[in-house]
Every structure is written in C-alpha cells, then in structure tokens.
Design a protein around this ligand. Structure first.
Ligand code: SAM
Length: 248
C-alpha cells in the first residue's frame, strides 16, 4: 500500500499541473491523440445503461466522455485532489459518481460492472495481480476490462540520439527496477517496469483472456499538435492497450 500513498501524494501535489498538461500541453499527444482513440475503439459504441468503473479516473476525462455516451459511470482514484478536480470539471447535467479509493480494495458488490476501464494507471501499481483480481471480482460474468500502459519497449529502454533523431536503446528489458517518470515541473512519478509476458501471465492467472492487443500510433492531428513527438511515435511504440474478457 506504500505505492498507493506515494502516488496519491504526488497527484495531490501536482494535480492541477497534471490535468493541464494532460489536456493542453506535453501530455496531449500521448493521452488524447494516442491513448484515448485506441482505448475508446475497444469499447462498444452504444454505452446506454452500461455500468462502467473508471479505475484510476484521475481528473475524470474518460468518465465524462463515457457518461456523455450514456454509460453509468463510477470513477475512483487514490488522489483526493484528482477527485476534487474531476468533480469540478464534470459538466452540469451529467451523472457520474466519483470517489476516493484504490485498486487494491474495490469496495463494490461482486459483479457490479459491465466494463472496467483502467487507462494509464497500472504502472503506478506495485501488485497488479491484486488489481486484476479486484477487477475480476467487480465485473459481471463475461465483463470486459480495457487497460493501457506505457509500452514496455518504451518503459524498459533508455533514450539517446542517433543522427539527430531520438532513438531508444534497450539495455535490460527484463529488469524489474522502478523507473522515475518525469512529467516536468518537478512532477516525478514512480513506475513499475514490466514485460509484456508479465502482463499476459497476470491476466490469465486472474481469470481473464486477452481479446485484443493494440500498439497504437498517433492519430493524424498529432502532426499538428507536436510534430516531433508525432514523428517519434510513428517509429517507436508508446502505448500498449489490451481488451480482456472475464471468463471465470
Ligand atoms: C496518469 S493518471 C491517469 C488518469 C486517467 N485514467 C486518465 O487517463 O486521465 C494516473 C492516475 O492513477 C491514479 N492511481 C495510481 N495508482 C492508483 C491506485 N493504486 N488506486 C487508485 N488510483 C491510482 C493516480 O492518482 C492518477 O490520478
């Protein structure tokens, strides 16, 4: 649980900055133009009445989108600051339940949700076996879990330059060291490095099967928003997204 307190403290301190950069500046390419189109493409178009848990909802950007598609959304996050921002940012008229909570103890009845969405959170979580076990518990039979993380190739490589271009060199793919992810402005988030196999093994050990794997490239708009980042993301995988089905 130390990991939960640590990450909550960081987002409590930098919540406003994170929310801004997530939507407007440096985070926009990764979040809005790579992660979100891919992640949303794995959810059904018609979400009327569908019960969704946005696990690690942050400032509620996904929750709002899903609620606009008529889903019944519950967002939980370990950071009280992020939940405060989510409540403030919620457009009037949309019904979304936000609460402070953590992935290790999802305090809901068994088989409550049709979908668990967990975007860009699991690298913050030390024990993903417990997180997936909790997702399985709160999902209905046949329910779906969609999650995204930094692509393990990216997370396990070091950045360098060759002929003026950013490239990555993979020194030790299998090292399970914690990495420090620098969000700028002094915001450093600790992330647990994992291989693709570690995700896959945990997924099958917790009663899920993998239905789809995406390694999304940015959508066209990325070229205009951040041409350098776009060029890089067309060459090097940034994000790994999976759709899982609960089978037991
Ligand atoms: C990179 S942000 C992503 C937020 C949101 N999913 C989005 O895409 O905008 C990661 C969020 O996960 C939350 N988080 C990290 N570990 C958590 C845990 N164990 N339980 C609940 N929330 C957690 C953080 O507080 C933070 O708000």
């Amino acid at each position: 649980m130390d990991d939960v307190k640590k990450v909550a403290d960081t987002y409590n301190q930098f919540g406003d900055y994170y929310h801004q950069s997530r939507t407007q500046t440096s985070g926009r390419l990764h979040n809005e133009l790579i992660d979100m189109p891919a992640t949303l493409s794995l959810l059904p178009d018609d979400l009327s009445g569908v019960n969704i848990l946005d696990a690690g909802c942050g400032s509620g950007i996904y929750s709002v989108l899903l609620a606009k598609k008529k889903a019944r959304v519950t967002g939980i996050d370990a950071s009280s600051k992020m939940i405060e921002i989510a409540r403030k940012e919620k457009p009037a008229g949309l019904v979304i339940t936000y609460q402070v909570g953590n992935l290790y103890t999802l305090d809901f009845e068994k088989e409550t949700f049709d979908i668990v969405l967990c975007a860009y959170v699991l690298e913050n979580v030390k024990d993903i076996h417990e997180a997936f076990t909790q997702f399985n518990k709160v999902l209905k039979s046949g329910g779906v879990c969609v999650f995204s993380v930094s692509h393990p190739f990216r997370a396990n490589s070091v950045r360098t330059k060759k002929n003026g271009k950013e490239i990555w060199v993979m020194e030790d793919y299998f090292s399970s060291a914690v990495r420090q992810s620098d969000f700028g402005h002094g915001m450093i988030v600790e992330k647990y490095k994992r291989t693709i196999q570690q995700y896959a093994d945990t997924i099958s050990a917790t009663g899920f099967i993998i239905e789809r794997i995406l390694e999304p490239q940015p959508i066209e708009e990325g070229k205009r928003v951040d041409s350098k980042g776009y060029e890089k993301a067309m060459r090097l995988p940034q994000i790994l997204t999976m759709k899982l089905k609960k089978y037991s």
